[in-house]
Design a protein around this ligand. Structure first.
Ligand code: DGJ
Length: 733
């Protein structure tokens, strides 16, 4: 059988290549094999006789691991023998895009990395960490490649550390986190672009020879034009349930660069890491440079399974309190903007309770006295309560919240400064700006220099002060509204280190806050989705996907984020954007972490009662939405109606959200939609929930078997008169 399949492979190769394959079983593979295995996949590294480390296989796990030894022989016509290098160096025989390039202390630009050993740590029963050490025989430069394997979830996190013992500093001209190698007939890349209020717009294309680069040079708020998330389908575009597909995200909140290079042998070289743009990092002898992690998962069964792998992994291992509950909330940003006082807020606190939400979130505008924050031109950086608006301070509001039996949270944007602020007057050297050039602003503000430890201390103290003065503070929304223009740090000795040290400084602060306040929920916001990556999310419970809360737009934005992030991380607020009725807006927000940003007192009695019931329903099905498995049933991109299902881990409760996307004549669901992820042997009682007062269910309610629902399906009856339909399913015993 084996011989037969090998003969088949052989028949594809001709000429010189063929000679190498004669009697493949007789050819004993040289060197050491290092399989990096998850439950279903294997990434196999090979140390050649010359000590080079190459990727010889990445795909579905083979049942006999010995057969990985055959794979090196399948590569052909590689004059350098390093197209599939596991960490490609520059300056020696490599002809393609390097993963690492350095300038040694003596000015020499060559690097060769030879295998020097490996070790494996068992983190727990499911997680292990493999380290592979590489050394340059000519220079004292070492790289360690790290592979953290999450076995059951089929997820790998990969990164590298670089260290040298030369006499003086060396320059890291490029320093990727990972250098993957995939082999297929063709590759299809899905990536995302956007801008403010237009986040996560996908584009999918066939990769051609050459290099396709996704990158950011925005410094902070780095994902504004595109996040470091991607999908690569092999051989053909993967669908929800079919095809081989790799999903990845670079865990870095600053400039990133992800290269997809098809080499002359049609292999795909994927190089991901910090963007080396203006960042040829100066590294002192003995200092260790750790790259951010690239997280990826490979699925043989389409994008849906891959996304569930990542969602599960994120909840278990990455985000804060991923397996815990979330708070529903009322935010005041769109109902008051900067115009509020104690009376107004006291009323909103009462409204929060009336609505049935758990927490009130006070947004921008509560601080600044010499330069009050009454609009976005002033006050940023002066984190003292504005005495005119809030004479009794935040403590009064926290107490008022308690009286109303709700929690209290607050907005901050601690990395930024308005030129009109006391902070700017006192510490102009803390601000990122070119000393000899005019300042240039985004939203009238500048970025604080977080590479400077004093600034790190200031930002930490800002947040820590809020908590120490208000121990019952229950939530933080951490905003970030500006990119970095005129990158220059008065603190850094070497400007090339600034972009990287900025993000490392940011993480230091976030890490300190998390260590001191491990559980408190925090939203990662960046003027919308300008900072959505697992680098920052490891310190947060949720993110703000976009300022665009128009529900139709939101369906598409939330849909695309859901491939990379679990639903409980996506903070979705019901606002007054758009013309859709309140039911549609609430139903859309419910597919993630539900919140409101509306004037509750302006709701009609029916609208209010609908919202109150919806919050109750949301809580009743939160087990499925927050911690269950997500199945995309019908995409909004190519159907009249989008449909998405969440089923809890015991498969005893599920919820389906259905939204009309297209309002052309007759648009709607004309056929049953087949459900997924249920237990075929269980029976489920199906009922329509989130019904607007005075309306009746339009679906065929009743008890159905999981088998029936997954084979035949159920029609949510979405059409012009029923633009959004939510269906609750509970196991009938
Ligand atoms: C941008 C955020 O995305 C909004 O939700 C709001 O918090 C404003 N900043 C406040 O300035």
């Amino acid at each position: 059988m084996l011989r037969f399949s090998l003969m088949k492979i052989l028949s594809y190769f001709k000429g010189i290549g063929l000679l190498l394959f004669l009697c493949p079983l007789a050819v004993k593979a040289q060197g050491t094999f290092i399989p990096v295995e998850t439950k279903d996949d294997a990434l196999v590294l090979h140390v050649t006789g010359e000590g080079d480390l190459n990727t010889v296989y990445f795909g579905k796990k083979l049942s006999d691991p010995k057969e990985y030894q055959i794979t090196p022989q399948l590569y052909h016509e590689d004059e350098t023998d390093m197209r599939n290098s596991a960490y490609t160096t520059a300056g020696t025989r490599n002809l393609l895009e390097p993963a690492i390039a350095v300038t040694h202390a003596d000015g020499n630009k060559s690097l060769a990395l030879k295998y020097a050993g490996q070790s494996t740590e068992k983190i727990n029963a499911d997680v292990s960490l493999i380290h592979i050490r590489l050394e340059d025989p000519a220079y004292h430069t070492e790289v360690t490649l790290h592979y953290q394997v999450y076995y059951t979830d089929n997820v790998i996190e990969q990164w590298s550390t670089i260290v040298h013992h030369e006499k003086r500093s060396i320059r890291l001209d490029k320093y990727a986190s990972a250098n993957l190698y995939l082999q297929a007939k063709s590759y299809w890349l899905r990536h995302y672009h956007g801008d403010w209020a237009k986040e996560m717009r996908p584009e999918e294309e066939k990769l051609t020879h050459g290099i396709k680069t996704l990158d950011s040079k925005l410094g902070t708020r780095a994902d504004l034009f595109g996040p470091p998330s991607f999908m690569v389908s092999l051989n053909k575009p993967a669908t929800e349930d079919e095809g081989e597909v790799l999903l990845g995200n670079l865990e870095w909140s600053g400039n990133y660069r992800i290269d997809f290079e098809i080499d002359p042998s049609n292999g795909l070289r994927l190089l991901a890491g910090i963007n080396n743009y203006a960042s040829d990092y100066s590294l002192k002898p003995g200092e260790e440079f750790e790259t951010p992690k690239l997280v990826y998962t490979l699925s043989q069964h389409g994008k849906g399974e891959a996304s569930r792998n990542l969602q599960d992994w994120a909840r278990k291992y990455k985000i804060v309190d991923g397996e815990g509950p979330r708070l529903t909330l009322l935010n005041n940003w769109e109902s008051t903007y900067f115009d509020f006082n104690e009376d107004k807020l006291s009323q909103l606190l009462k409204d929060t309770q009336k609505l049935g939400a758990d927490l009130f979130l006070l947004d921008d505008g509560w601080f600044g006295n010499k330069y009050p924050r009454n609009d976005d031109h002033a006050g940023l950086g002066d984190w003292q309560v504005n005495k005119a608006k809030l004479p009794d301070g935040i403590a009064f509001l926290v107490k008022e919240a308690e009286k109303n039996d709700i929690k209290f949270g607050i907005w901050v944007e601690p990395e930024m400064v308005n030129p009109k602020s006391e902070l700017y007057e006192k510490h102009p050297d803390w601000v990122v700006k070119q000393p000899q050039r005019p300042e240039y602003y985004m939203r009238n503000q500048l970025v604080l220099d977080l590479s400077n430890p004093k600034v790190q201390e200031f930002v930490f103290n800002t947040i820590n002060g809020l908590f120490t003065q208000n121990p019952n503070l229950a939530y933080i929304k951490w905003d970030c509204n500006s990119v970095i223009y005129n990158a220059y740090s008065a603190y850094e000795k070497d400007q090339a280190n600034f972009y990287v040290d900025y993000v490392k400084g940011l993480y230091k602060v976030m890490g300190r806050i998390r260590a001191k306040y491990p559980k408190v929920p925090m939203m990662l916001c960046s003027g919308g989705g300008g900072r959505v990556d697992y680098g920052a999310l490891q310190y947060f419970t949720e993110f703000w996907p976009s300022d665009d809360t128009e529900p139709l737009e939101r369906i598409f934005i939330q849909w695309e984020y859901s491939y990379f992030y679990p639903a409980l991380t996506s903070a979705n607020h019901v606002t007054n954007w758009g013309k859709e009725p309140i039911k549609y807006r609430v139903d859309v927000a419910m597919m993630g972490k539900l919140g409101f940003d509306i004037v509750v007192s302006k709701l009609s009695p029916d609208e209010l009662s609908f919202c109150q019931d919806a919050i109750k329903n949301y809580k009743a099905y939160s087990g499925a939405i927050w911690h269950g498995e997500q199945y995309r049933l019908q995409s909004p991109w190519d159907n009249d109606a989008a449909s998405i299902l969440y089923v809890d881990t015991t498969k005893s409760q599920a919820i389906i959200f259905n939204y009309l996307i297209n309002n052309r004549y007759g648009a709607g669901t004309h056929l049953p939609i087949k459900l997924k992820g249920l237990d075929p042997n269980k029976h489920y009682a199906i009922k329509e929930i989130n019904l607007y007062p005075g309306t009746k269910s339009g679906i065929k309610e009743g008890v159905y078997s999981g088998d029936f629902l997954m084979t035949v399906g159920i029609n949510p009856e979405v059409h012009e008169g029923r633009t959004s339909v939510v269906i609750g399913m509970d196991e009938a015993k």
